[in-house]
Each structure stands twice: as structure tokens, then as C-alpha cells.
Design a protein around this ligand. Structure first.
Ligand code: GAR
Length: 193
């Protein structure tokens, strides 16, 4: 593993809507010597997101914005992003689609993790869809974000075997283990580390 000595960490914001297990795994990664990022801000569209507890546990600033008025929410988020000098946004179970304008106005990189082998099974209920289609494999993908759902350039994927016994729940669980592995790896890849 590379040790980054004298390297200024890339200020990162993680966007979540729910449980936050990828957030937790990225926070742990950010604290390792080989991590190029520091996590300085957590953004959520959901006051009840369970993952917000990690903001308290790890003493990271959190901000919640309702997306009822998306234009306004995005404007406010951009202000926060500038205030904290954020250069990288990692979407981690963030269930809103960011507008073209937001993506254009944010000058850094935006990544997302999705629980399927993109371009297959964009959107919701990915595990059910993969099982229904009798796929032998599913997996997860980290990709750059553009204004189309789950469609930006792919950075990294990990495959998971689907067995006859798998249910959407068991498959989600297996894939999540891989998600926690590939998100940090994808970040290292994006910054050529
Ligand atoms: C993860 O499986 C992530 O891939 C998925 O939501 C879950 C969030 O879990 N994201 C999407 O479906 C986005 N299209 P987490 O809150 O425990 O990280």
C-alpha cells in the first residue's frame, strides 16, 4: 500500500439517504495511511437516514436538505460544498438524481456506487431483476456520475455469483460486502494511486 506523505488530502463529501454502510466503510478507509481523501461533510436528503449517526460517531459535519424543491436544495448544497472546499463527492445510497446544472457547477469529481453490474439493471430492485432474469452473476459498480441515472463512465466492478438459493435479500448482502471493498479501490484508481 502507498503511504501518502506530505500529500494534502482531497476534501470529500458523502451523500446518503439511508443506512450508511458504505459511508462507514469510506470513513474507515479515509482514516488509513493510504487514503488520499478526508471526509469533511455528510449530506442527506433524509432527516431519518440511519447513516447520519456516523456523523456524530466520527465527528463529521452533517447537513440535511429536503429535495421537495430540488433546485433550492442543490443551490444550498453547492454553498456548503464551497464552504468546506469539497473536491470529491461520493454518492453512497443517495436516492436522488443530481441535475445537469449541479454536476456542471460542481468543479470536482462525483462518484456513485450501484448494486449491479452496470450497464445492466439501472435504477431500483436490481437484485430482483437479476434473479428474475436467471443471471449467473450480479455485482456492484463504481462509476462517474452524469445527469443520466446510473450511466456515467465505469471505474470498477466486482462480480458475485448468484446461486439457486439466492433471494434479493441474500444477494444484496453478498454484494454489499463487495461494495465496501470496491469503493475505496475505485477512489484510489481515480486518483491514480
Ligand atoms: C447500496 O447497496 C448502494 O449500492 C445502493 O444503496 C445501498 C445503500 O446502502 N445504491 C443504489 O441503489 C443507488 N442507485 P448503504 O446506505 O448501507 O451504503
Amino acid at each position: 500500500m502507498v503511504q501518502l506523505i506530505g500529500f494534502k488530502k482531497i476534501k470529500t463529501a458523502i451523500f446518503i439517504s439511508g443506512r450508511g454502510s458504505n459511508l462507514k466503510s469510506l470513513i474507515k478507509f479515509s482514516k488509513t495511511k493510504s487514503s488520499p481523501i478526508s471526509i469533511d461533510l455528510i449530506i442527506s436528503n433524509n432527516h431519518n437516514a440511519k447513516g447520519l449517526k456516523y456523523a456524530n460517531i466520527f465527528k463529521i459535519k452533517k447537513k440535511i436538505f429536503r429535495f421537495k424543491d430540488k433546485t433550492l436544495a442543490e443551490k444550498k448544497i453547492l454553498l456548503e460544498i464551497r464552504k468546506y472546499k469539497i473536491n470529491l463527492i461520493c454518492l453512497a445510497g443517495f436516492m436522488e438524481i443530481l441535475s445537469k446544472k449541479f454536476i456542471k457547477n460542481f468543479k470536482g469529481k462525483i462518484l456513485n456506487i450501484h448494486p449491479s453490474l452496470l450497464p445492466k439493471y439501472k435504477g431500483l430492485n436490481t437484485h430482483q431483476k437479476a434473479i428474475n432474469n436467471k443471471e449467473s452473476y450480479s455485482g456492484c459498480t463504481v462509476h462517474f456520475v452524469n445527469h443520466k441515472l446510473d450511466s456515467g463512465k465505469i471505474i470498477l466492478q466486482n462480480k458475485v455469483k448468484i446461486t439457486k438459493k439466492d433471494t434479493p435479500k441474500s444477494l444484496a448482502k453478498k454484494i454489499l460486502v463487495q461494495e465496501h471493498k470496491i469503493y475505496p479501490k475505485a477512489i484510489l484508481k481515480v486518483f491514480n494511486l
